[in-house]
Design a protein around this ligand. Structure first.
Ligand SMILES: NC(=O)c1ccc[n+]([C@@H]2O[C@H](COP(=O)([O-])OP(=O)(O)OC[C@H]3O[C@@H](n4cnc5c(N)ncnc54)[C@H](OP(=O)(O)O)[C@@H]3O)[C@@H](O)[C@H]2O)c1
Length: 321
């Protein structure tokens, strides 16, 4: 897939030490496990309040700080050859909630990376949502984060990954939907004809490792999926659930208007309570968007990575084995 970004020259220097952000989150943690198992040295950013989520590995060093603190970012990137930027805000009421992390945070990290003299490569974990920035504040912030990277990168050799929905052990947002599927109920949002791609977490982590080991062109923006052409429909998900869990599954279509009303109420509560909600009117527009299909072929061509886990297998790994 993509890319509407210019490609620059290749680089070939091997990577020994990788800086990772978002390592206390679902995706970042899986990436750190993948990289440390491959015996790469990893320096991972952790916010002070999240220290309890840190885990130990002989090749792993945690650096305390956050994306708004340039000194901690300088400590994070010191001595690294490459950065994998996974930290992201995924909940929020409006763009102001997402921007400090998803836009300004990218700029801060890129500047820190450029200042090292050692860090040459920058992998930015964006989202397929960035393809549809008009849908939500989250999508807009991920899109602007990509633009900021492009603008600020200078000589850094950067790559953007836009994963679709990522699922697997440790994931929390899709899990309730999949748990209900296992119990025989599939709740689906408004759009009748929606199609979507998915990717299992171990495949995404493997893709990052392949990127580190390959000579991708600079300035590429790639999508990833599990290799299912044209992705899945909600009926596909129902049928896969039926086969994997060996039971009947009933699909329950939740009207977009009802979802929108619940999301509006949730947003009002979040404004009153001062917390960052997941379900907002923007998230409902994302959920009801008919086309979240993407594919991995261009990324596979440049890195050699291939997805291993289709949805049926992923559900087995999550619930059956
Ligand atoms: N999950 C998906 O399906 C999916 C799909 C496509 C793209 N993505 C992207 O993948 C990235 C990771 O998502 P995830 O699902 O792993 O989310 P997650 O579990 O919520 O993890 C987010 C991570 O970012 C860190 N973080 C947030 N704000 C930060 C800040 N200001 N400074 C430093 N660290 C900060 C969090 O730290 P704390 O632990 O301290 O909160 C956490 O480690 C995000 O950029 C998201 O947009 C996710």
């Amino acid at each position: 897939m993509p890319t509407d970004f210019p490609l620059k020259s290749r680089q070939t220097r091997p990577v020994h030490c990788v800086g990772v952000t978002g390592g206390t989150g679902f995706i970042g943690k899986a990436i750190i496990h993948q990289l440390t198992q491959a015996k790469l040295a990893v320096r991972a950013l952790v916010r002070p309040a999240s220290r309890s989520a840190c885990f130990d590995h002989p090749h792993l060093t945690w650096v305390s700080g956050h994306l708004g603190d340039s000194q901690s970012l300088q400590r994070l990137v010191a001595g690294t050859d490459a950065l994998v930027h996974c930290a992201g805000a995924v909940r929020g009421r409006n763009l102001a909630d997402f921007a400090p992390t998803n836009i300004d945070g990218v700029a801060n990290l890129v500047r820190a990376a450029r200042g090292t003299g050692t860090c040459r490569r920058f992998l930015h974990l964006s989202s397929l949502a960035a393809r549809e920035p008009h849908l939500s504040a989250y999508a807009a912030s991920k899109n602007q984060g990509e633009r900021v990277l492009q603008k600020e990168a200078g000589d850094l050799c950067w790559t953007i990954l836009r994963p679709p929905a990522v699922y697997g052990p440790g994931e929390r947002e899709l899990l309730p939907l999949l748990q209900w599927l296992r119990r025989g109920l599939l709740f689906t949002p408004g759009a009748e004809a929606g199609r979507f791609s998915m990717i299992f977490i171990s495949d995404l982590a493997g893709a990052v490792q392949n990127w580190l080991q390959s000579d991708t062109d600079c300035g590429g923006c790639y999508t990833l999926d599990d290799g299912t052409p044209q992705g899945y429909t909600w009926d596909d998900l129902r049928d896969i659930g039926r086969d994997v869990f060996s039971r009947s599954v009933h699909r329950i279509k939740v009207p977009a208007s009802l979802l929108g009303a619940v999301a509006g109420f949730n947003l009002a509560l979040a404004r009153l309570g001062g917390y960052r909600p997941m379900l907002t009117p923007g998230k409902v527009r994302e959920l009801c968007h008919p086309d979240w299909v993407c594919d991995h072929r261009e990324f596979s061509r440049v890195t050699g990575w291939q997805p291993q886990v289709v949805l049926a297998e992923g559900l087995c790994r999550l619930f059956v084995r």
